[in-house]
Design a protein around this ligand. Sequence first.
Ligand code: UDP
Length: 484
Amino acid sequence: MGSEAPHHQLHAFLFPLMAQGHMIPMVDIARLLAARGLKSTIITTPLNASTLSKTTDRDRLSGLDIDIQIIPFPAVEVGLPEGTESLDKITSPEMIPKLFKAINMLQPQFEQLLEEKHPDFIVADMFLPWATESGGKFGIPRFVFHGMNFFSQCVTESLTVYKPYEGITSDKESFVVPGLPDKIEMTMSKLPEHFKVTTVFTELMEQVRDSELKSYGILVNSFYELEPAYAEHYKIVMGRKAWHIGPVSLRNRDTIDKAQRGKKGSIDEHYVLNWLDSKKPNSVIYISFGSVSRFSNDQLLEIATGLEDSGVSFVWVVRTIQNNEEEKFLPEDFEERMEGKGLIIRDWAPQVLILDHPAVGGFMTHCGWNSILEGLSAGVPMITWPLFAEQFYNEKLVIQVLKIGIRIGVEEWNKWMYGKSVTPVKKEKIREVVTQLMGDGEEAEEMRNRAKELSEMAKRAVEEGGSSYANLTALIEELKIYKK
Ligand code: UDP
């Protein structure tokens, strides 16, 4: 209980968006703060709490002051099926505005908790813009967590402020995103929908920016050495008060912590580890498109065939549109032929555990920021296949700035699910990029070396004395002074 905590102990309220890509890093942040002696309370809904509690229970047993405060979620009230408490449960685009409506309805309950527990500060997801106002009512500073890197936030701000896409008539015509440290080019087809038409996100993104400007500061899951020019741009040119404290996934050091991040895996982690143990170093490609995207059966078939044709061993996480176990999307006898060569995991894999295994030498990713950061922390080069959100900006960071990846070549921003209207990436292209990334060509070798260097830098950043470690210390010290 906040009110019962010793007066010198800072108490943090952490309120993540109910989406794996937002909850997972926020829980890591809660654990990092608790490991520094703070009290961390995670605010979430009943089903999400039951998944997260395994991690927090383990942490509590090891002596950390961390708990979960549950608030009910009005799924049924907004017309969603009971139990739809997170974005990964969404199976059609029409459900998205309903989920956000339900999330907005949480404000009064959140404020009641603030009144009762009176924490010293709030870290709330960007998609809860009202949390700044809520904190303000009780004199509690609010920090924003976007789950994005500096680079993508700089791109977003430039697009929002300068609107360089105005006057561009063709979807494929490139334009420069102005004012950034590098010459970053974009096309209309790669921009999120809300820049082009009015959607539920158009107004929301304005509220997000407004609340960000009014909040105490921003926590960024990145490290200074990864994108120094953009960290400076963010703070100096954009004037945001930000702390880089990542990669937060490196908080998970042992097998159980890595295996239990997010949802319960659909495969036993020891089985995966044994399977990988039987493979040569850097010989396996890991393929995953994050926690919410779902591909059409046509696209899955192309991936399966492309992988088989590449001859490269793989671990592939598959999420179908229906997510139905019985659904048939593989070529005839594929699993028999791939026995020992490829491992297919339905729905949810222990991603960090897999990426960290020495047998894994490449990562085909949808460019979600957590995935990229986890991949580079593991020292693995990537094939970039962005789908939605800010993933096309992240692709630019990976390809152009960090130079640790090869593009699959997609040009069009999608909704959450891979729509029927989108032409699938063909098996020939998949085979080509997989063999290129996993082969012994000079370019691939250079990418592997750079990825390894970044991995070392990431690990140093979170160790005592490292840039992220020091930035977290600075944040805590500032909050102690604020509290006095
Ligand atoms: N993840 C996982 N297993 C899966 C799929 C995803 O552990 O099968 C985790 C992954 O490690 C990452 C998060 O879910 O931490 C996904 O976040 P990301 O930003 O990459 O993508 P999003 O899901 O938000 O699109």
